[in-house]
Write a protein that binds this ligand. Sequence first.
Ligand SMILES: [Zn+2]
Length: 360
Amino acid sequence: MTLSGNFETGEEVRMLRRDFLVKTGQLAGTSFCAVEGLSGMAMSHSNSMAKTSAGTIQTVTGAITPEDAGITLPHEHIMSLFGAEITAKPAYNEEQLYKAVLPYLHKLKELGCGTIADCTTAYFGRAPQILKNISEETGLNILTNTGYYAAANDKYVPSHAYKESAEQLAMRWTKEWEDGIEGTGIRPGFIKIGVDSGPLSEIDRKIVRAAALTHRETGLTTASHTGDNLDSVKEQLQILKEEGVHPNAWIWVHANNVKEPEDLLFAAEQGAWVELDGVRSENAEQHLKLVTLLKKNGYVKQVLLSHDGNSFRYGDRPAKAYDWLFEGFIPLLKSAGFSESQIELLTVHNPARALSIMER
Ligand SMILES: [Zn+2]
């Protein structure tokens, strides 16, 4: 792979392609067609795997079409070891794990869930083979991820990330995309990163840049744990811009934590995805307020909804549910005047577009 490549030519192609995508509504609309015809030209500098995957969604059991994703939860943790020490090889008690998780996921499937993006990153519990077993058992589509989580004061950043360049980290993540993760043959469906609050630290900036470079090679979207930090949003979008990546390839994770709701409009205006991912009964009013604000300003097509739940947590931490969208929030959206098609956009089409593999 060539991360540096012929940048000028690549940049020109990206600009052309972006113009085309904007004109045809690919970046902001709900249609998926016309991507195939472009992929050969626009991804000419990228690897062949990305070309053949353009427009699909990569799950732990293989690629699916966006139309097959169904209702999608873009930010959950089926299991994690968050809170434990950093580890490259998560040691789960699998018997306990399946016993806790499978009945819950069977119920989610019955509620109408089609796809779950698992946001547990490497070094705090990512375990692709377990996700694959669960997917095969439940019939749910599950995505795993590549990337590093540099929030939580960098607790889960491996030591090599400090020594290596953004290009080297991107090569590691791109290799996971090309060859599969840790010998399992299971490929990531998106890039998951995290940054701490305040101005971005050096390691945060490097990880954001590595994500942008990985996107250019793979077409995978980046979901970035950011929270209430507009300055950090601006810095991240600037890094994307420097690397020739459109904000539409970036998800503002935990955007629901903003104290100034108007901040969401800034990111939406740039074209970024705004993820309200703490949906639960206790904060229903706040979520409804934010999604209504985005709707009023014409950005309902860029909103993602999820719970940031966790069905198997470290130690004796209680599970965090991720079914309330179905039983609570969708009915609430209906009673607040959201149309069927707007609800379908929020729960089906938006996450399918956000997670579709496409260089942007
Ligand atoms: Zn999370």
